[in-house]
Design a binder for this molecule. Structure first.
Ligand SMILES: CC(=O)N[C@H]1[C@@H](OP(=O)(O)OP(=O)(O)OC[C@H]2O[C@@H](n3ccc(=O)[nH]c3=O)[C@H](O)[C@@H]2O)O[C@H](CO)[C@@H](O)[C@@H]1O[C@H](C)C(=O)N[C@@H](C)C(=O)N[C@H](CCC(=O)O)C(=O)O
Ligand SMILES: Nc1ncnc2c1ncn2[C@@H]1O[C@H](COP(=O)(O)OP(=O)(O)OP(=O)(O)O)[C@@H](O)[C@H]1O
Ligand SMILES: N[C@H](CCC[C@H](N)C(=O)O)C(=O)O
Ligand SMILES: [Mg+2]
Length: 495
């Protein structure tokens, strides 16, 4: 629930920015092509062009107010002088837009949490929603896989821009949703997309390489993530920090400096401490402690790291007021997050095929290392790197796969506007002994064909995705479906 302090701050920041004429606003738009009569058009500084270039066009479409920065106002000075529209000039128009969208759409689920980190956001948000649902709350998770749970909707982005985000949150609240767990991507944080969200708690999973194409340096990438605690989570909120991560202590210090309550999660350390893990073919047993008590629970999930994600989700639910013992009782009921260490099927000889969303060097290492205790034979990995994304991570992804798998196949994963062979060559730089198979369906067929009793195949990179992006086309492609087809072709119908 937004505290009085938070909503007052939202109101003040949004309203003090508004000056000049007193327009009747009918809606908000961030792209001039979406502007309708009476809209407030937010002309934002972009990575390619300044939105100020489109103010004149938006005014022509009937915009009643323009929100921009000094540069945008300067670019469109002539058009603005000739117009009756109100002008709002803000030092940080993206943040003002976020506050404005929060006020415009009004309702948000009463209890909201957000998760940041290079890997594990979707997993933690989904487990938090599953825990809440088990405890009888009407809950959703919001992120890469869309809005899922008690109410659902597709999303194009992990953290949507504020107009879409607040529209969706208001619709969910109107549908009776009381609890929402959302992902805070580094792009979203940097662009202030969730500054208008009223958070009760926020979580940090881990920090490693990704998105260095967008953030100028590692430190800028970390600073974007730290914004969740420095800026978005209010002082009265609770920070849940994975203290095993090398940057965890720094994140805890940032939260503590804001006066936030901190719950740390770790292996053998922290407030919620994982004491032991025992693996078997279908999952794991956990022993952990919290508040001076020891608990033991079954977790039907593959992968040691899922225990960290699950305990982070538990801490978020506890931070929002649920009883720890009730929260821990839900663990045996948690189910696989779509496309994350998901068992796609088995060969007739018992060998398993998993689909995972690992698309960073650290995630590949983690996913493969996590599969190992569940596998008696060889571990075969299929990997590929996305086009128009961080290029520096490609050889590191190859290296991680070489280190943690016995056999590596390099294939395509959303080449987008790039030449696929060039991306594969960069991955192969880190995996010189890998087999290169450009066609992803063939790579999966060959990977499944290699499986002998006790082996496992990990198909990395696309997880829940249902398309292969080549140029501007999205060709239907689903790793789980392709794996099932390969299994039935090779074994005659066994899913
Ligand atoms: C790199 C990036 O994040 N870009 C976002 C950014 O756009 P930009 O600054 O590049 O836009 P620009 O093309 O320079 O244009 C500047 C402004 O003019 C506006 N414009 C542009 C053309 C026009 O005709 N009229 C008009 O009004 C644009 O809407 C924009 O506001 O601001 C826009 C408005 O807020 C966002 O929609 C856009 O997200 C794009 C679509 C995007 O693909 N973002 C991805 C990379 C992203 O955010 N991904 C993360 C996930 C990352 C992860 O964890 O894996 C996510 O949260 O989904
Ligand atoms: N706690 C973790 N530590 C390291 N790797 C993890 C962790 N959790 C998940 N992963 C790996 O990262 C992959 C992506 O997981 P998930 O989708 O939960 O992350 P995300 O942060 O939401 O990713 P994105 O940035 O694409 O939204 C998983 O498939 C797994 O390989
Ligand atoms: N949210 C991530 C997903 C990457 C998934 C992978 N399949 C790829 O295309 O690189 C991104 O857009 O960078
Ligand atoms: Mg995600």
């Amino acid at each position: 629930m937004a505290s009085d302090g938070t909503s007052k701050r939202l109101r003040q920041l949004a309203l003090t920015a508004i000056g000049g004429r007193d327009p009747l606003i009918t809606g908000l738009s961030v792209d001039s092509r979406d502007t309708r009569p009476g809209h407030l058009f937010a002309a934002l500084p972009g990575t390619k062009v300044h939105g100020g270039e489109f103010i004149s066009f938006a005014l022509g479409k009937g915009a009643a107010a323009i929100l921009t920065d000094a540069q945008g106002a300067k670019i469109a000075a002539e058009a603005l002088a000739d117009s009756q529209a109100a002008l709002i000039v803000s030092d940080d128009p993206r943040q003002t837009l976020a506050y404005t969208a929060a006020l415009w759409f009004g309702a948000q689920p009463a209890t909201m949490v957000a998760v940041t980190g290079t890997n594990g956001k979707t997993s933690v948000a989904t487990f938090t929603r599953q825990i809440w649902a088990e405890l009888g709350h009407s809950a959703v998770n919001v992120g890469t896989t869309g809005v899922e749970g008690a109410w659902s909707a597709p999303l194009k982005h992990t953290t949507p821009e504020p107009i879409t985000l607040h529209r969706v949150l208001a619709q969910a609240a109107a549908a009776g949703v009381t609890h929402a767990a959302m992902e805070a991507s580094s792009h979203g944080l940097e662009q202030r997309r969730l500054d208008g969200v009223s958070l009760t708690a926020a979580g940090f999973t881990n920090f490693s390489q990704d998105h260095l194409d967008y953030h100028t340096s590692f430190e800028a990438y970390f600073a974007a993530k730290a914004g969740l605690f420095r800026r978005v989570l209010p002082e009265e909120g609770t920070a849940v920090i994975n203290i095993d991560d090398p940057r965890g202590a720094e994140m805890r210090a940032i939260a503590a400096a804001r006066g936030q309550r901190v719950i740390t999660v770790g292996h053998g350390v922290g407030d919620l401490s994982l004491l032991a893990q025992r693996f078997d073919a279908t999952g794991q047993d956990l022993r952990f402690s919290f508040g001076g008590k020891t608990f033991q629970s079954r977790l039907d999930l593959i992968g040691g790291f899922q225990a960290s994600n699950v305990l982070t989700a538990c801490a978020l639910a506890i931070a929002c007021g649920d009883e720890p013992a009730d929260v821990f009782n839900t663990l045996p009921h948690l189910t696989t997050v779509r496309g994350r260490m998901q068992l796609a099927g088995r060969r007739q000889n018992g060998a398993a095929v998993f689909v995972d969303f690992a698309h960073t060097p650290d995630a590949i290492a983690t996913a493969l290392a996590a599969a190992r205790p569940h596998v008696m034979g060889r571990l075969i990995a299929i990997i590929g790197a996305g086009g128009d994304r961080d290029r520096a991570k490609r050889p590191l992804m190859g290296k991680a796969a070489t280190e943690y798998a016995d056999v590596v196949i390099v294939t395509d994963d959303n080449p987008r506007s790039e030449v696929p062979a060039t991306i594969r060559a960069a991955v192969m730089d880190g995996a010189p002994h890998a087999t290169e198979v450009g066609d992803r369906a063939e790579a999966i067929l060959r990977g499944v064909d290699m499986l002998e009793p006790g082996d496992a195949l990990m198909i990395c990179g696309k997880g829940h995705e249902t398309g292969q992006i080549v140029g501007d086309d999205v060709l239907p492609f689903d790793d789980v479906e392709q794996a099932s087809m390969a299994l039935s072709v090779l074994d005659g119908g066994l899913p």
